[in-house]
Design a protein around this ligand. Structure first.
Ligand SMILES: N[C@H](CCC[C@H](N)C(=O)O)C(=O)O
Length: 324
């Protein structure tokens, strides 16, 4: 199947954009994996499919697939690239667009400087909606706030709790700071931005255990739909550094929903004011969460969205398990 695509990136998180407004391509998970493959296909963290509005209350629908072929609920950097795409492709003249994703409706606004601001909606803390299996975990004094504190064992930092026995050692060199030293546990904030996130605090993102704790947490049984894992360094009350090991994609240069989740966690835990510039490996995202308006306040994200190139590619027919 010959397909035209546009390659885009938002703070280094890169996407293949497919225009399905006139007809659906009907791609399989194996074909999404092939497209995202950086050696045998085009290469990207996610694939964004732009579709006609499913109902008159929105302008478009967009569907997101991870590099592993799995469809996901939401993508912050992808949302910014989406609105830049539909504007550049002449699919709309509006600079503010409402789009339906699997997570709900997002409002996207193209700014004069080329950056895009996205109303990402409110964070969700209820474990069942993340989803996160909280059974057997101590309830935080704050009430409905879940911070999963993985009890750590011996000197190597391996966890003591049998239920989490497979965790890799956290070790003193990893720079993990939230709870590990004092309580002998590694405390992880768990919330949803339409997609699931686990956020742990480190004192230096460059030393964070991304390659070990990232995959271990992504597939931990307490996350039945897996999870995106953020490693957050608090620079000051208005600045952060972040690395994210993404569900279905591994470590990316930036994760928009991950930046939102990290800032929301930090604001709620008293580490940040209501507006934070987040330095990720691929660029800076500005996240605002007016916490004073309550937990239901919407999170706003502003950041870059750039086209890179357009192309055509012949997608081969593939067996369902190809690349799985
Ligand atoms: N890996 C994410 C989807 C992409 C999110 C990220 N690229 C963003 O910018 O929010 C997930 O499985 O939920």
């Amino acid at each position: 199947m010959r397909v035209r695509f546009t390659k885009m990136q938002g703070a280094g998180n890169d996407f293949i954009v497919l225009d399905e407004t006139r007809e659906r391509l009907g791609l399989s998970a194996a074909q999404y994996r092939w497209l995202a493959d950086r050696h045998f296909g085009v290469g990207a963290d996610q694939i964004l499919s732009v579709r006609a509005a499913p109902d008159p209350s929105v302008d478009f629908e967009y569907v997101i697939h991870n590099a592993d072929g799995g469809e996901v609920e939401n993508c912050g950097n992808g949302a910014r690239c989406f609105v830049r795409y539909v504007h550049d492709a002449g699919l709309t003249q509006r600079r503010t667009v409402r789009v339906r994703t699997r997570a709900g409706v997002l409002t996207l606004a193209l700014q004069d400087d080329g950056r895009v601001t996205v109303d990402m909606g409110a964070p969700v803390f209820e474990p069942a909606q993340v989803p996160f299996v909280a059974e057997g975990l101590p309830r935080e004094p704050a009430g409905d706030w879940w911070r999963w504190c993985v009890p750590l064992g011996g000197a190597d930092g391996a966890p003591a709790a049998a239920s989490d026995a497979a965790a890799p050692p956290v070790g003193a060199a990893s720079g993990v700071v939230d709870g590990a030293a004092a309580a002998g546990a590694l405390c992880i904030a768990v919330l949803s931005m339409g997609n699931p996130h686990a956020v742990l605090r480190v004192d230096d993102v460059e030393r964070a255990p991304v390659a070990t704790w990232g995959p271990w947490l992504e597939r931990h049984p307490r996350f039945p739909r897996r999870v995106n894992v953020g490693f957050l360094q608090v620079v000051d009350r208005g600045h952060a550094r972040l690395r994210v090991y993404e569900r279905g994609a591994g470590e990316t240069l930036a994760c928009g929903t991950g930046a939102c989740a990290a800032v929301v966690a930090g604001i709620r835990l008293g580490w940040f004011d209501e507006r934070v510039d987040v330095q990720l490996r691929g660029g800076v995202l500005t996240i605002e969460w007016p916490r004073g308006q309550g937990l239901q306040a919407a999170v706003r994200m502003t950041g870059p969205a750039e086209p890179v190139f357009t192309g055509e590619v012949e997608i081969p027919p593939l067996p369902p398990q190809h690349g799985a």
